[in-house]
Design a protein around this ligand. Structure first.
Ligand code: AP5
Length: 216
């Protein structure tokens, strides 16, 4: 099974990917996480993309396609992938199709997560994540059970907030989503791969709706 979670910033792609990894042993390929890791480790590419990401603009197709190609090469043959935040342009979608075909793999589901823009602002500005394992939390809707300690890995006092999680960057990220990424909805619908979930529901409800789609 190889799936794409498609949706605007804050739709819950990362949150649901983590659940699928825990419950099904799938591998999450988040180009956002890969780019942040490159920034943090100070690579030349990381330095190149930092300002672009902070402004909420899209990094070049060439860079993100290269990151995904590397992951498809290094993970074992039978791995099931969740593509989170990739593809984001039609060129990336074409490249993903070709990369998967070259490995004898194919996409099984593309799931659009729908959330109103107003809810996205509240989600993005309240988000924080575990600096160790990447588990996702929120000031109002998902606090860790034990103060200052990650529920998933138990790390204490290592929560982070993203530089692009502010209203200005979010506006740019949303424009990029509607201009460059939303055409993928029609692209995958035409291929018979598209399903939709209401991303405004409770986290567990969204997870159960996703599971129902994956069971088909
Ligand atoms: P990326 O890291 O991919 O960010 P994004 O797409 O903007 O998505 P987010 O991670 O912000 O949101 P999410 O949908 O994962 O939401 P989450 O689950 O965290 O990309 C960052 C940047 O990298 C881009 O702007 C670009 O510069 C670059 N980039 C990355 N990929 C690229 C590509 N392919 N091409 C070019 N450039 C690329 O949830 C958000 C919050 O809401 C959390 O606090 C969570 O707890 C809460 N929440 C989640 N679900 C629910 C729910 N059901 N109810 C209530 N709260 C919820």
């Amino acid at each position: 099974m190889n799936i794409i979670l498609l949706g605007p910033p804050g739709a819950g792609k990362g949150t649901q990917s983590h659940k699928l990894v825990d419950e099904r042993g799938m591998v999450q390929l988040s180009t956002g996480d890969m780019l942040r890791a490159a920034r943090n480790s100070g690579t030349e590419m990381g330095k190149q993309v930092a300002a672009v990401m902070d402004a909420g603009k899209l990094v070049t197709d060439e860079i993100v396609i290269g990151l995904i190609a590397e992951q498809l090469d290094t993970n074992p043959k039978g791995t099931s992938f969740i593509f989170d935040g990739f593809p984001r342009t039609l060129a990336q979608a074409d490249a993903l199709g070709e990369l998967l075909a070259s490995k004898g793999k194919k996409l099984t589901h593309v799931i659009e997560m729908r959330v109103d823009d107003d809810a996205l602002v509240a989600r993005i500005t309240g988000r924080f994540t575990c600096g160790n394992c990447g588990a996702v939390y929120h000031d109002a809707t998902k606090q860790p059970a034990k103060d200052n300690t990650c529920d998933s890995c138990g790390t204490e006092g290592n929560f982070k907030r993203r530089a692009d999680d502010n209203e200005d960057s979010l506006r740019t990220r949303l424009m990029a989503y509607y201009r460059d990424t939303s055409p993928l909805i029609g692209y995958y619908y035409a291929k018979g791969l598209l399903s939709r979930v209401d991303g405004l529901g409770e986290i567990d409800q969204v997870a159960s709706d996703l599971s129902a789609i994956l069971a088909d």
